[in-house]
Every structure is written in C-alpha cells, then in structure tokens.
Design a protein around this ligand. Sequence first.
Ligand code: SAM
Length: 285
Amino acid sequence: MTEKSSALYVVPTPLGNLADMTPRAVEALRRAAWVACEDTRHSAPLLKHFGVSARLLAAHRHNEEAAAQQIVARLDEGESVALVCDAGTPAISDPGARVVARARAAGHRIVPLPGPCAAVTALSASGLAEPRFLFHGFLPAKARQREEALRELAGLRHALVFYEAPHRIVETVEAMRSVFGPERTLVLARELTKLFETIHVCPLGEAPAWLEAEANRQRGEFVLIVSGASPSADDGEGERVLKLLLGEGLPVKQAAKLAHAITGAAKNALYDLALRLREHDDSAR
Ligand code: SAM
C-alpha cells in the first residue's frame, strides 16, 4: 500500500496547565484541516487559546467507529487530521486507538507527538525504583470485580499504575490495602500540574486514614501507583504453597488458583510453574 501525503497527528494536550502544551503540538493543530476532539465544547477554548482555526469533528467512545470512517475519508481527501482528547494523550484510557488503527489500515501515516500523560507524569515523581511498570488505568467500578482485578496483579513485581475518580478514591485505596497488604508503598498523585497538586507517598496501611483526615485530599483527579510485590514474599510463598497442593494430588489448574488465592502470587506464573513441576514428576516416574 502506498503512503499518502496527509497524516493523522496524535496530539497530547495539557492535564491542567496550559504551559505544558508543546510548540510542536500547537503547530500540528494549526496545520491540520480538522481536529478530532473527544468533546468539541471542551476542546474549543484550548484551540481558541492557541489560535487554531481547524474545523472540529467529534470522536468519542460512543461514536469512535463512525468517527474513524469520517477521519479516514478526510485523510483520503488529502487533508491532515489532528486527534486530541479532553486532556493528556489520546488512546491512554481515552478514545483514539480505533481511529489510529483504521487510519493506518487505510494506508495513512500516523504521527504521534510526545506530551502530557498523567500516568507518566506521576511515575516520574514516584521515586519508586522498580525497573518495570504496568499501566492498568481505571479499575472496575463494582467492588467484587475490582478486588478480582487487584488479586490478579498482586504477585507482580512491576510498579502498578492506576487512574481513579474522586468519588471512588477511598474505597479503591481500601481495596488495595486489603489485597496488597499494608506494607507496600502507595503514591497518590493528585491534581498533577494544577494549583493543588499533591504527591503523597506512604505505606498502603496508612493511606485510608491520610485520605479521610481532610476532605480536600479526596477531591480532584488521581493517579495511584503501588510498589511491586517483593520477590521473596512472592516467589517463595507462592511456590511453597503450590508444591504442597500439587503434592496432595490437586489438578494443576486448581492448585495454581488456590495458591494464588492464598498467597497473592501471580496466577499465570503459578500455573506455568505447576505445569513444569507436574511434567517433571510425570517424567521422573
Ligand atoms: N488520556 C489521559 C492521559 O494521558 O493521562 C487520561 C484520561 S482518563 C479519561 C482521566 C484520568 O486520568 C483521571 O480520572 C485521572 O485518573 C487521570 N488524570 C488526568 N489528569 C490528571 C491530573 N491532572 N492529575 C492526576 N490524575 C489525572
């Protein structure tokens, strides 16, 4: 497929501080014939502020497929389109991925611009030394599903990065404390780049009380980062319990599931280990 001259620019916008708009982002918006916005009313003041006169079209989670077709049609006409979301980087816990996929499939160039993203901004100030992180974004709203999602992550050594809304912040932090235990470190990054920016770091066990101590601490937008599982607690205990259960003759799947429920070690890793141990036993017979 030959590449066409027009391009889809994926343009991050500020999280709250207009000075975080990069010169390249401004230029891309000014040059584009169209700006695809999550909410045109929300983005209009920002675009006006930066002297962007492009025509606007809506691309949000309820119309993303139809919007993608519209955007591809504009690109096919030789017009460039800039894609923005309400704040931060498109396609990161926001619509945009489908638009990018459709535009690429139609042979168009995708030009991603680096810029504001709440997860990366919070990570840079976390002080956590884990070499790897896992971006989870929003957890399920319902308590049971949320707890299940947290359990699946409990044994990972990655720093775990979540987005959360103010009305769920206390219950989510409580759930994290109960699933991950009180010892792991929590970084609460609130209202990043804004007037009331707060970055609070404490053991998970102390976090609910810290949040409850002042109503303002529960207001605004949050990134939560939890330090990874410690290697000794994870591997040693998970493996020990798994071996006990396999020794009692439990099937591989059930043994891995129970060892995960008992120790919080990663379920997939336990399952792989259980398969290897059982194979080893079988071949030793
Ligand atoms: N696409 C965005 C990005 O690149 O970060 C994320 C959009 S998502 C719909 C919105 C969530 O991002 C908020 O609920 C909050 O968890 C997080 N967020 C956005 N702005 C933030 C800020 N200024 N401070 C802390 N968290 C923020």
